[in-house]
Ligand binder design. Sequence first.
Ligand SMILES: [Zn+2]
Length: 220
Amino acid sequence: MPANNLSDLFANNRAWSARRRADDPQYFARLARQQAPKYLWIGCADSRVPANDIVGLDPGELFVHRNIANVVAHTDFNCMSVLQFAIELLHVEHVIVVGHYQCSGIRCAIGGGMLGVADHWLRHIEDVQRRHADVFQSVAPHHHEDLLCELNVIEQVRNVCRTNVVRNTWRMGRPLAIHGWVYGLADGLLKDLGWSPSALPDNLEAALTACAARLQAKPR
Ligand SMILES: [Zn+2]
């Protein structure tokens, strides 16, 4: 039976706090005064994808939003609020959507769901797959899961670009770039999918389609 007070986690916490203070006595005092992250990370909730660790950033340097399969839905007030807070209050200059290979959310969506309430969330992923059905046709079936991870990321990049908060920021001429990355669980490496809008594209859908075509054509 595990201890129900999770004492090991508190012990870990005390040790971590002591190490931080030993390295830098002012560390917590400085962090408590302000946070000034330059980046917003929108990633998957998967426990194997620790945002700060992957990019080597300390607390205070990365604003983070995570959900199953890194979805940006315009009806999700949680995600929309995080975007607004990060951009308008904290003035982050980069929003990074980060998917990852071997994503359980992507895998469940391909398999048709049947989880319960999470199936409704995964419909967002199924919609991505359906919208890009032609892209999948020329790619071998055993690569479909990786391809859907990548297409899902660029679809969410597009969704970020379509939000009012991002459009207004660009309209005001403030620096803001949106990025789409994928993380590999097998090697711990990030990959840039090659589409990083820093202004509203003349034709957002055409830009998305062009990026999808590049992902379709790349050697795997
Ligand atoms: Zn995932």
